[in-house]
Design a protein around this ligand. Structure first.
Ligand code: ADE
Ligand code: ZN
Length: 333
């Protein structure tokens, strides 16, 4: 049995496995540029974030109907549950779909159908976070927030993803302010490929509560001290960092140093279909490559529930307490 954990950094479109991509392509009459799943998998050799994003956005062409999004999310939840995920806060990229003519409602209602059944079917509680694509305009982000308004009962928060360098958080100050006014929670990718200054800006200008990745904060000791003091959670994604060359090899990942510095670290899978593993696989990989002890793994699991958006009243707090009790009671094999 896997250590119980929350997954807080997971792009649902990044869970599209080659087998499902071909199935959906056939169903929707789309021809992929790859002969088969094997050839597609061979294309998963990335030099950096952009080389991944090109493939990731391209393959989304197969996602067209509510059923497609429902199947995608249900398949992820089944896999996550099998690796100990008890709570998942799931990102989606509405602009990557609306730009292809797929309505916002199709995406969110399709995902929502799978999420509605998740506790019963998979034993996984869920939240949905819509991400703005930072390499698109601020106006497009604002229009996306507007399109989300009829669906806010399904959406917990907003995030910021896609190509980071050259697209600093401040570009999205107005849309984050508007999202906050609607009661949405705020997170943002920062310090994945971009500098530590982007982490600072995400906190100061956007008012985010968590930083997605945040890896490059280690280059700025004052920032590390602040993140520790303010207990800002970082949603790290170790296998992603290796595949996108943010670190050379997993054995050199700064996770142990970051934990030792007192940072509130969590371990997540980012885009597991592309980066070689789901949440449990990431835990196992850091245990092996970095020699983390069992109590450090337990700390990561505890952190994941502490950083989760499970503070919306007594029912959510009770759920969080139950998950934390499961972590405390877990015995390693
Ligand atoms: N790791 C990542 N960084 C930025 N944008 C993304 N979109 C999907 N995965 C991403
Ligand atoms: Zn990400």
């Amino acid at each position: 049995m896997h250590l119980p954990k929350a997954e807080l950094h997971l792009h649902i479109e990044g869970t599209l496995e080659p087998e499902l991509a071909f199935e959906l392509a056939a169903r929707n009459g789309i021809t992929l540029a790859y002969a088969d799943t094997e050839q597609l998998r061979k294309a998963y050799l990335f030099d950096d974030l952009q080389s991944f994003l090109d493939l990731y956005y391209g393959l989304m062409a197969v996602l067209r109907t509510e059923e497609d999004f429902e199947e995608l999310a249900d398949a992820y939840l089944a896999r996550a549950a099998a690796q100990g995920v008890r709570h998942a806060e799931i990102f989606f990229d509405p602009q990557a779909h609306t730009a292809r003519g797929v309505p916002f409602a199709t995406v969110v209602e399709g995902l929502g159908r799978a999420l509605d059944r998740s506790e019963e079917r998979h034993g996984v509680s869920t939240r949905l976070i819509m991400c703005f694509l930072r390499d698109q305009s601020a106006e497009s982000a604002m229009a996306t927030l507007e399109a989300a308004k009829p669906h806010l009962h399904r959406i917990t928060g907003v995030g910021l993803d896609s190509a980071e360098v050259g697209h600093p958080p401040a570009k999205f100050a107005a849309v984050y302010e508007a999202a906050g006014a609607l009661g949405l929670r705020k997170v943002a990718h920062a310090g994945e490929e971009g500098p530590a200054a982007y982490v600072r800006e995400a906190l100061d200008v956007l008012g985010v509560e968590r930083i997605d990745h945040g890896l490059r904060c280690v280059e700025d000791p004052d920032l590390v001290e602040r993140l520790v003091r303010e207990r800002v959670p970082l949603t790290l994604c170790p296998l992603s960092n290796v595949r996108l060359r943010a670190v050379d090899v997993l054995a050199e990942h700064p996770l142990p140093r970051m934990m030792a510095a007192g940072l509130l670290c969590t371990v997540n899978s980012d885009d597991p279909a592309y980066f070689g593993g789901y949440a449990g696989d990431n835990f196992l990989a850091v245990q092996e490559a970095l020699g983390l002890h069992q109590e450090q793994l337990r700390e990561l699991a505890r952190n994941s529930f502490e950083a989760a958006f499970l503070d919306g009243g007594p029912e959510e707090e009770a759920l969080r307490a139950r998950y934390l009790a499961e972590v405390a009671a877990y015995t390693f094999p």
